[in-house]
Each structure stands twice: as structure tokens, then as C-alpha cells.
Design a binder for this molecule. Structure first.
Ligand code: FMN
Length: 169
């Protein structure tokens, strides 16, 4: 798939078929994540792959608005290691770059995804740290649900010249 086409056609997918994602495809997605840019190339991202149905459903207890996990085939919690990337803003930016690579890699493989925020949501952040037994230095940033799409989400026009400024505001 051509890069521009992938970028313009990716949509958040929240309904999934009852179809597993192979370990090979999960590895491809995780590899794409690890090829994201990161400040000083520290690559301080860490990943928790959830491919167990019971744990997926159990995660809804921690992330109450992640009902889509009932249907999803897998999920990845993208975390940052604050003992490696000490600047919190950079940690979040690095993990966001990895997340976007996850979304696009999945899309290229015909797998739908949806980004669910954890960081910045106090209760959800605390619940996730407890449920997954995360050490103090591991900062959960977001969860990405994954599954073969069972819905078609239309592409919309988003290009807006008014949002662009050349050379000064
Ligand atoms: C930081 C962040 C948090 C998000 N949280 C949720 C969420 O909790 N639930 C959800 O269904 N979608 C969530 N999304 C997906 C957005 O709703 C979605 O990206 C947006 O509506 C644009 O649609 P698109 O992804 O199809 O382009 C989140 C996206 C981002 C970047």
C-alpha cells in the first residue's frame, strides 16, 4: 500500500470480526512501532500485548470506555520507561510516534485499530498500572485495540487551508 494512500484511508475501527491475528502479523506491527522516531533515539517504549480473550475483557474493568475490547482480537498497551526517557513530554511524544506506526502498520495488513488514551485519565491510569502490575518507572500511555474490521468507516475530507500558516502565524 502506498504511504499517502494508507495515511488518508486509515480510520478508527471499533467493530471487529471474530478472527485471530497471527503472531507473525503482531510482530510486524510491533516492529513498525519500534521503527518510530524517538528523541535521542532512546526508544524508551515498552509494549504489553494482550492476546488472551479473558484479559482483554478484564481490561474493561480498568478502562471503562474500552467496551470495544469485547470484540477485539488483541490490544497493545504502549508504555514509556521513565527511567530511560526522563523528560515526560518527550516520553509521550515518542510513544505517540510509535502508536501512529502501529495504526498504520495494522492498516497496511488489513487490520483495524483504535487508539484509547490512558495517560491523562487519572483513574484509568491508576487502574491500568495496578491491573498489569507495572513497575513505578513504566508509564502507560495508550491502549490500541486491534482486530479484522467488521465495519466500513468512510474517508472524510480533512484538508483545511485555514489551519496552515506560512512563515509566521
Ligand atoms: C489520544 C487519543 C485518544 C483517543 N481515545 C479514544 C477513545 O477513548 N475511544 C475511541 O473510540 N476512540 C478514541 N480515539 C480515536 C479518535 O476518536 C479518532 O482518532 C478520531 O475520531 C478521528 O477518527 P479516525 O481515527 O477514524 O481518523 C482516540 C484518539 C486519540 C489520538
Amino acid at each position: 500500500m502506498e504511504v499517502q494512500e494508507a495515511l488518508l484511508n486509515r480510520r478508527s475501527i471499533r467493530k471487529y470480526k471474530d478472527q485471530k491475528i497471527s503472531k507473525e502479523n503482531l510482530d510486524k506491527i510491533l516492529k513498525a512501532a519500534m521503527y518510530a522516531p524517538s528523541a535521542m533515539n532512546l526508544q524508551a517504549w515498552r509494549f504489553i500485548v494482550i492476546d488472551d480473550k479473558e484479559i482483554l475483557v478484564d481490561t474493561i474493568k480498568s478502562i471503562s470506555y474500552a467496551e470495544l475490547l469485547r470484540q477485539s482480537a488483541a490490544a497493545i498497551i504502549v508504555c514509556g520507561d521513565s527511567s530511560v526517557e526522563k523528560n515526560e513530554s518527550w516520553l509521550l511524544q515518542n510513544c505517540s510516534a510509535a502508536i501512529q506506526n502501529i495504526l498504520l502498520s495494522a492498516h497496511g495488513l488489513g487490520i483495524g485499530s483504535c487508539w484509547i488514551a490512558i495517560h491523562g485519565m487519572d483513574d484509568i491510569y491508576i487502574n491500568t498500572k495496578a491491573q498489569f502490575n507495572l513497575p513505578d518507572n513504566i508509564v502507560p500511555v495508550s491502549l490500541i485495540s486491534l482486530g479484522y474490521p467488521d465495519e466500513v468507516v468512510k474517508t472524510e475530507e480533512r484538508f483545511n487551508q485555514d489551519k496552515i500558516h506560512f512563515n509566521k502565524w
